[in-house]
Design a protein around this ligand. Structure first.
Ligand code: FAD
Length: 407
């Protein structure tokens, strides 16, 4: 049930077993798991429903993450509509090299744009499972997280009044710039950060994909990537200096660089189209540890940020949400608190594994453009090894697909 405002009806219900802060993939998945277990919860979101259902971001979902959604009744539309990907293609030295990860792992990627997944999750949570959600809230604050009586307060968008919601647990799923991470006392957490010193110009083009799979162009002018999103829209990335101004990238320059960096012999030119999104992402990773402080548990980007190099951010957010949602449901329905006790450590093992893979892949993508002939030589050796050594190929496929069973 959506509370667009903070009307009198909502004033009466100011206590929920769980308050979930943030309606992204992590928060909505946690909310859905709780509602399926008949646990009441309230989701607080700063944006409107229309906004979160349109915000373009990720699109590549691992099979394990899809299975996690399916197991919880959250993958119906995804399974009907997502494209199945079984290969990616590296382009370097003017040639193309197809990497058939489906054959190596028996597993796939599902291409399903994040706004569609968020639309499915919010509909299921609010309209089907009757979960409570308030959009447009302001100035969210966490109180007394390390006591047995935590609460969350926020400013009501209409009245400007501060509302307090008492709860047993808080799920902090409000992304990298949210309020819940800031509620962790600095002397109780460690924030580990890695800067790549690289920018990616993130583009969305109104054009069909020019290949049936993800393309990675490892070029001396810089990395370029193509990630199909739908038959009409394609995401492209171009390596650029960190902090670069998107205004430095007019349409002609964008397409000339993409054609050059993704070009290979025997390949037709990319299909060009209008650019509907153009922004610069500075590549960095961040891990907060521990992600639990008393009754507050962080999940997804609130807990860790991972550069989009290996397309892992939304997948990590979903894996966290499965762990945290199941653990909260168990605690609140049967009193079993083992899942909550293990949550931070269990999540961290996968997070660090994915971070390591992202760093490794960053060198593959960016090493040839580093201006250092030694790094260019070792990068090309890494790339060639993927196509000459079955063991190296299998290791890459396992990490790229996220098919490991233990972390
Ligand atoms: P978010 O999606 O950020 O959701 C957090 C929610 O909290 C938002 O709705 C926000 O409005 C809300 N919020 C913020 N502050 C507050 C507050 N104080 N109070 C209440 N609500 C608040 N990942 C992949 O796996 N594959 C990809 O291919 C991929 N591509 C990407 C491409 C781009 C250009 C970008 C930017 C990201 C990409 N990612 C990708 C990463 C992925 O989008 C994120 O990791 C994912 O959205 C994290 O989900 P989340 O629920 O943790 O956080």
């Amino acid at each position: 049930m959506t509370d667009a405002s903070c009307g009198p009806e909502s004033v009466s219900a100011q206590r929920f077993p769980v308050v979930v802060v943030g309606a992204g993939p992590a928060g909505l998945t946690v909310g859905n798991i709780l509602r399926a277990a008949s646990v009441d919860c309230l989701v607080l979101e700063t944006e409107t429903r229309a906004f979160i259902e349109r915000r373009p971001r990720a699109g590549v979902i691992e099979e394990q993450a899809m299975r996690g959604l399916e197991k919880r009744g959250l993958a119906r539309n995804l399974l009907d509509r997502a494209e199945l990907h079984t290969a990616c293609e590296f382009r370097f030295g003017g040639e193309r090299y197809r990497f058939p990860y489906g054959e190596l792992t028996g597993s796939h990627h599902f291409v399903y744009p994040q706004p569609l997944l968020v639309t499915d999750l919010v509909r299921e949570y609010a309209d089907v499972r009757a979960g409570r959600i308030r959009f447009g809230v302001r100035d969210v604050r966490v109180h007394d997280a390390d006591t047995g009586h935590p609460s969350v307060s926020y400013l009501c968008p209409d009245s400007g009044e501060r509302r307090v919601v008492h709860c047993d647990f808080i799920a902090g799923c409000d992304g990298a710039r949210g309020a819940t991470r800031a509620a962790l006392p600095p002397d109780r957490v460690r924030v580990a950060r890695h800067d790549y010193g690289i920018g990616w110009l993130a583009l969305l083009a109104e054009a069909p994909p020019s290949a049936d799979c993800v393309l990675f162009g490892c070029h001396e002018r810089g990395f370029a990537g193509q990630m199909p999103r739908s038959p009409q829209v394609t995401r492209y990335y171009l390596q650029c200096p960190p902090g670069d101004d998107p205004g430095n990238w007019p349409r002609e320059r964008v397409w000339a660089e993409l054609q050059e960096r993704l070009g290979a012999s025997g390949v037709p030119p990319l299909v060009e189209g209008r650019l509907i999104e153009k922004r610069v992402l500075d590549m960095h990773d961040q891990v907060v540890e521990p992600v639990t402080f008393g009754r507050l548990h962080l999940a997804g980007d609130a807990a860790h940020l991972i550069a989009p190099i290996a397309a892992k951010g939304m997948n990590l957010a979903l894996h966290d949400a499965f762990l945290l949602g199941d653990a909260l449901a168990a605690r609140l329905t049967t009193g079993d608190d083992r899942g909550l006790a293990d949550y931070a450590a269990t999540s961290a093992r996968r997070v660090w594994d994915y971070q390591e893979f992202s760093q490794w892949l960053s060198e593959v993508f960016h090493g040839t453009a580093a201006g250092d002939p030694f790094r260019a030589g070792t990068t090309l050796a890494r790339l060639r090894r993927l196509f000459t050594s079955p063991a190296a190929a299998a290791a890459f496929a396992e990490q790229y697909l996220g098919t490991a069973t233990r972390y």
